[in-house]
Design a protein around this ligand. Structure first.
Ligand SMILES: [Zn+2]
Length: 406
């Protein structure tokens, strides 16, 4: 009987994320799974004749990252975020430009979407929660060892548009995860129907929530720049009654908030909203790079953490974020929230997304049982001690050189 090859990786620093950093640590793997993680002094005795010992001298080992919010189908419009800068907070101006460019350029070619996915994989992401309006996006991840969790996004706020979205939802194949765009673009009936479907099929329900002042004003009063924009798009606002509350309170009234709903952005959230998110155990994903590009403000990360909410991190779409990298998201977050510990920021980019995606037993941490796909990153000049390495990893941005350990 063939003996399976076991690998024992040794490194001056191992960051399991789910447990404290290990100085002179080791990870034992076999059959594409982690068997054990611990100090080298403890695991070195595991090295028998079927074990290959690999020394990652000068490196830190860390888990695969998770991009918890992305729109790969907009990757061919990445020039928009580079060439066009909307006035701060003018999200409707950016959406207008985005829709015009999409009309002009047409749908993304499958190879371009794959290239964007490959770029995320090369940057250390093994799991991506992706949102798209075209069900063809579900096929993009098929040829990768990385995991693409695709969600078909439906829009329809009121009247005939909402009816059409409900009909589309009813016709969606059972294996396709479906979601709604945002509380200003998906009506109450549609959002409830989507939640009902995810309760039955176990899919996550990622929704853009509380991203901008324009959204806030629209939900409170039914007016403002978002109403102007929706009217321009032919949305029947006469058939829409504004809920007169925050986006978070509205989703709660609709019965949507629970641990399988992922509130993306969460910028314009009050203390009451955060308490509600915590109480309902709702998932939260922050997109600091996209928020900075659109000038919509910063999510209250410290307040979320105070409420025991560990948000995940997402790049959002390459058309609305000039940097398509989770390392850049960590860097932006550190700049925006210097008091937040680097270890927390790394956990947001790995463990938090894995947990929200229901994959914590598979990825995003280094622990027995998870996949053995790990990252090896050279330690900074300051050395491999946990403090220096975590500081470097969360501030290096796009400059991180990494190697996948498969
Ligand atoms: Zn988005």
């Amino acid at each position: 009987m063939a003996t399976e090859t076991r690998y024992l990786y040794r490194a001056p620093l191992v960051l399991p994320v789910i447990s404290p950093p290990l100085v002179d640590g080791a990870v034992l793997t076999a059959d594409e799974r982690v068997l054990a993680v611990g100090p080298w002094a403890e695991l070195r005795g595991e090295a028998d004749e079927s074990t290959k010992v690999v020394d990652y001298d000068g490196h830190a080992l860390l888990p695969a990252l998770v991009n918890a919010h992305c729109h790969l189908e907009l990757a061919h419009l990445d020039f928009l975020a580079r060439d066009y800068q909307p006035e701060p907070g003018e999200i409707t101006a950016w959406i207008r430009r985005l829709l015009a460019e999409r009309q002009e350029c047409g749908a993304i070619a499958p190879e371009d979407a794959m290239l964007a996915f490959a770029q995320l994989f090369a940057g250390g992401c093994r799991t991506v929660i992706d949102i798209g309006n075209d069900p063809a996006g579900a096929a993009v991840g098929r040829h990768f060892r990385a995991r693409l969790l695709f969600h078909l996004e439906l829009l329809g706020l009121s009247g005939e548009r909402e009816e059409a979205a409900l009909a589309r939802l009813a016709a969606c194949p059972a294996e396709l995860c479906c979601t709604g765009h945002a509380p200003y673009s998906a009506g109450a009936r549609l959002l409830r129907a989507l939640k009902e479907r995810t309760l039955a099929d176990g899919c996550l329900l990622p929704i853009h929530v509380a991203e901008s002042a324009a959204e806030e004003e629209f939900l409170l009063s039914g007016g403002g720049p978002m109403a102007d924009f929706l009217r321009e798009r032919g949305v029947d606002l006469a058939a829409f009654s504004p809920p007169g509350c925050s986006a978070v309170a509205w989703l709660d009234r609709l019965g949507l908030l629970d641990e399988r709903t992922l509130c993306v952005h969460a910028v314009r959230v009050s203390r009451e909203d955060v308490a509600l998110l915590a109480d309902r155990k709702a998932g939260v994903c922050l997109c600091p790079g996209a928020n900075r590009y659109l000038g919509v403000g910063k999510a209250p990360l410290e307040l979320l953490l105070e409420h025991d909410i560990l948000p995940a991190l997402g790049t959002d779409s390459p058309a609305g974020n000039p940097h398509f990298s989770l390392w850049r998201e960590m860097q932006t977050l550190r700049e925006d929230h210097p008091a937040v510990a680097p270890a927390t920021v790394l956990a947001m980019a790995s463990r938090a997304g894995a947990r929200l995606a229901g994959r914590e037993k598979e990825t995003g941490v280094i622990a027995p049982g998870v996949e053995s796909s790990l990252l090896a990153v050279p330690c900074p000049a300051a050395g491999c001690d946990p403090e220096a390495a975590l500081e470097y990893l969360t501030t290096a941005g796009g400059d991180v050189r990494l190697e996948w350990i498969e």
